[in-house]
Design a protein around this ligand. Structure first.
Ligand SMILES: [Zn+2]
Length: 268
């Protein structure tokens, strides 16, 4: 059996936090909605365990608590949209922990997100780039961003005080800023559930490919009208042989097996 990939999805902030340029849009609520869709998409694949840091929209754990949930994950993915004081800033940005090389995954997710924004009518969307941000020059192996720091380190609080950083088992820890909610065009796309789903589906496909996830087998539905699945043991010209087959079936536990005498029709 394939190894189960554990992905921790972190919808940033809390409910109604981070007002967007569109009235009624809040980053914290939108991040929650996006991660719900992303979880659904990723659960279409086999051998994957999806954990979310907020199970209710009103949940708002601390950055440390969020990161801690990702310490044994293959991927900790913090989902955000960006903001700036002027509407002109726009585009997608990505970050990984300074302790992990996340460039390949971040670039691939971001490219898919940019393409999806464009498909959703935001033609100007572009990739602002990938970066890592250290705590400071004296602590280059400690992350500046709280969720990245507490997912990749077992002792984030002591590490920022200069103690030797202790690595967690988290294999990859990233933040993606899905456009700017302070930009009208990008906020419009994020605010439209169908467009948000498109963006999320695009990144789910990238994550699935990156981890080599295989789609679950489709649930078999009922047969169309007048069609049935017949469980037939045998058809015999001689009654004795039919009775022998029934006896064998009963021995195997099929107590209800019986011989039926009928004209062979098209279905059998
Ligand atoms: Zn944010």
């Amino acid at each position: 059996m394939a190894k189960t990939i554990k992905i921790v999805l972190d919808p940033g902030h809390g409910k109604n936090s981070g007002a967007g340029i569109i009235k009624g849009f809040y980053e914290g609520s939108n991040n929650f909605e996006a991660v719900q869709y992303l979880k659904e998409e990723l659960e279409k694949y086999k051998d994957v365990q999806i954990v979310v840091t907020r199970t209710a929209i009103t949940d708002d754990p601390s950055l440390a608590e969020r990161g801690e949930m990702g310490r044994d994950a293959d991927l900790f993915f913090s989902w955000h949209s960006n903001a700036w004081k002027k509407e002109i800033a726009h585009g997608v940005s990505s970050f990984s922990s300074v302790r992990r090389d996340g460039r390949a995954l971040c670039d691939a997710i971001s490219a898919a997100v940019v393409a999806a924004f464009k498909e959703c009518g935001v033609g100007s969307c572009y990739y602002r780039g990938y970066s890592q941000k250290k705590w400071d020059d004296s602590l280059p192996t400690v992350d500046y961003y709280g969720v990245l720091r507490s997912s990749t380190l077992l002792n984030p609080t002591k590490a920022v005080q200069g103690k030797t950083p202790e690595d967690s088992a988290c294999k990859q820890s990233i933040i993606i800023e899905h456009g700017f909610h302070s930009n009208l065009e990008e906020c419009k796309a994020l605010n439209d559930p169908e467009k948000l789903k498109k963006i999320v589906q695009a990144e789910a496909a990238v994550i699935a490919k990156y981890y080599g996830l295989k789609e679950k087998d489709p649930e078999p539905g009922p047969a169309p009208d007048n069609y049935y699945y017949f469980a037939v043991l045998s058809a015999n010209k001689n009654k004795l042989y039919a009775e022998e087959d029934v006896a064998k079936a009963k021995k195997l536990g099929f107590e209800d097996a019986y011989v039926k005498y009928a004209k062979r029709d098209g279905a059998l």
